[in-house]
Design a protein around this ligand. Structure first.
Ligand SMILES: Nc1ncnc2c1ncn2[C@@H]1O[C@H](COP(=O)(O)OP(=O)(O)OP(=O)(O)O)[C@@H](O)[C@H]1O
Ligand SMILES: [Mg+2]
Length: 314
């Protein structure tokens, strides 16, 4: 869960004035992140993200800056109602920052937490009670993200880190943020030669092997959609598990029955979760199916209809 840390004094970063910094709860304490809430000269609300990844060593600062420049280069050309716009790249005290338009104060993970049962916080999808209105709101947000990702694919960009934390939510609509793992396709990401970039719990098998494709985004969105609508991970993953290997070799734990009540969207989600890239539908079909689902009454699935899938999808 993010915390907003108000700065004692406003901080001038190039032409921007930061008044707050995002913090995250780590072991019961609030640790500052490299994200600031700021305003431009005209008072427009923006977000500044500094170069620097927690998992990189301090002697790799040059690499951090190069990664942030790559992120800005990919992100800034994208213009879509559900892609958060990248506005600027600035340097302050020898440190680079990406400036994006600020979209609310909540990501999809935080938004979902508010409608879920306050039990079992090991991993974000908790057992939940989704009423019909929440179901429709979730489908609307998923449709927005599918719309944004389909646009990115049309522009030759793959996001490669679609997950609830990378979806900003404002007034029950979703916006794709964080193009830190994104790359042109075909093309390359500066980190791909050395390893894998993205988030294990949402990563398609081929992405985990360092060979991401547009359909890897489809897999990630299917995991997000399944988790958000069903309240559990389709592979029952928990944080910090060795997700790529689990997704590669384990059978999925979703059932066809529990997806059936979602009609077209349910069938597409099952295909989207396929380990075989060629069986996954294009992102555009997801967009249409979620939009249709959002316009319908959503029925909460009953526990009795859930039976394990016979055998693996392989
Ligand atoms: N434009 C924005 N509008 C509103 N909130 C934002 C925006 N950009 C980032 N945030 C918030 O800051 C968080 C971190 O941003 P972002 O994902 O871009 O940074 P990151 O360093 O790549 O983080 P992580 O490593 O956790 O993915 C997001 O989860 C979101 O809550
Ligand atoms: Mg992120």
């Amino acid at each position: 869960m993010s915390e907003i840390i108000t700065l004692k004094e406003p901080k001038q970063i190039d032409d921007y004035v930061a008044c707050a910094r995002l913090g995250r709860q780590v072991d019961g304490r609030i640790k500052p992140t490299n994200v600031w809430y700021a305003q431009d000269k005209n008072g427009k609300n923006v977000v500044l993200k500094k170069a620097g990844q927690t998992w990189l060593k301090s002697d790799q600062e040059g690499l951090c800056e190069m990664l942030l420049l790559h992120e800005f280069d990919v992100h800034r050309k994208l213009e879509h109602p559900h892609v958060c716009p990248a506005l600027d790249y600035v340097t302050h005290n020898d440190e680079g920052y990406i400036v994006t338009l600020r979209i609310g104060s909540e990501n999809f993970e935080e938004w979902l937490e508010k409608i879920e049962d306050p039990f079992e916080s090991i991993f974000f999808p908790k057992p939940k009670k989704i009423d019909t209105e929440n179901g429709r709101n979730i489908a609307t947000i998923l449709g927005d993200v599918a719309d944004a990702a389909a646009y990115c694919h049309k522009e030759g960009v793959i996001h490669l880190d679609i997950k609830p934390k990378n979806i900003a939510v404002l007034e029950k609509r979703g916006y794709l943020i964080d193009f830190g793992a994104a790359m042109r396709y075909p093309g390359n990401h500066p980190l791909l030669t050395d390893g894998v970039i993205g988030t294990a719990q949402y990563m398609a098998p081929e992405h985990g092997r360092g060979l991401p494709k547009p359909s890897s985004d489809v897999f990630a969105l299917a995991v997000v959609a399944y988790s958000a609508l069903m309240g559990k991970h389709p592979y029952r993953l928990q944080i910090n598990t060795d997700a790529p290997l689990t997704i590669e070799y384990d059978a999925p734990e979703f059932t066809k029955e529990e997806l059936a009540h979602l009609n077209g969207a349910g069938a597409l989600m099952a295909k989207g979760l396929s380990k075989k890239e060629r069986e996954r539908p294009p992102m555009n079909e997801f967009k249409d199916a979620f939009r249709e689902l959002a316009s319908k009454q959503y029925q909460t699935p009953s526990a009795e209809t859930s039976k394990p899938c016979p055998a693996s999808s392989e």
